[in-house]
Design a protein around this ligand. Structure first.
Ligand code: HEC
Ligand code: HEC
Length: 166
């Protein structure tokens, strides 16, 4: 039994999956689902990188800001984050540097906002806070589906995964 509970299989820890915990339960309802995948894309019924070949959707929960944070930059799709620091959050800021949302990072590394719109004027900025430290994205963005850029290898100039501050 995986320490994360139903939906995860324990494999050995590897360089690209430090936790050794892989999500195997497809679109089963869970806050811990599909770590690393492009959450909002699937919730909207899209098929980003063939992650949703069956065309599943969950539009009412297609929250504007969704993603996964890891301890390392190159973690594989469906791998749960390892050792998420307690109290770790993602903060979303507007262009006046006002924090507009504080999103708890759960045991799989997943986080999401609670509305399907941004709720303020875009673009936005984002940062991860953990252990009293901050890891900020320097650029501002329009797209809130973080894992569409923060893939294992990184797309659109992202370095790879969103990571907790070291
Ligand atoms: C391949 C499609 C797909 C991906 C990728 C996906 N989801 Fe989901 N998600 C679903 C579907 C479908 C449901 C509804 C499941 C149901 O009702 O049985 C759902 C439900 C949820 C729920 C509701 C859970 C509950 O207990 O009410 C949350 C929260 C959620 N997803 C978060 C995420 C996050 C965060 C990510 C990205 C790390 C993600 N999802 C990625 C398809 C997906
Ligand atoms: C359109 C692509 C794109 C999207 C979407 C995106 N980012 Fe980024 N992110 C980048 C790029 C490029 C960098 C590296 C340059 C920089 O810091 O601006 C980066 C860097 C970061 C960093 C610092 C380095 C790292 O990998 O941890 C954090 C933290 C971060 N992003 C958080 C987020 C969060 C949270 C979201 C979603 C709410 C998000 N990003 C959405 C492109 C994106």
């Amino acid at each position: 039994m995986s320490p994360l509970g139903n939906g995860f299989a324990s494999s050995g820890a590897t360089d690209t999956c430090t936790s050794g915990q892989l999500w195997t339960a497809g679109t089963s309802e869970s806050e811990l689902m599909n770590p690393g995948f492009a959450c909002r894309s699937c919730h909207l019924g899209n098929n980003f990188q063939n992650q949703n070949p069956s065309g599943a959707s969950e539009r009412g929960k297609a929250y504007f800001f969704m993603g996964t944070a890891y301890g390392e930059v190159r973690q594989a799709d469906l791998c749960a984050a390892a050792n998420v620091p307690s109290g770790a959050v993602v903060e979303i800021l507007d262009m006046n540097d006002v924090v507009q949302a504080t999103l708890p990072i759960n045991a799989a590394g997943n986080f999401h906002s609670t509305k399907t719109t941004a709720g303020f004027t875009l673009p936005y900025k984002a940062r991860v806070k953990a252990n009293g430290k901050t890891n900020a994205m320097a650029s501002s963005q329009m797209e809130g589906d973080c894992n569409t850029c923060h893939t294992a290898m990184g797309l659109n100039a992202a370095p790879g995964r969103i990571f907790f501050p070291l």
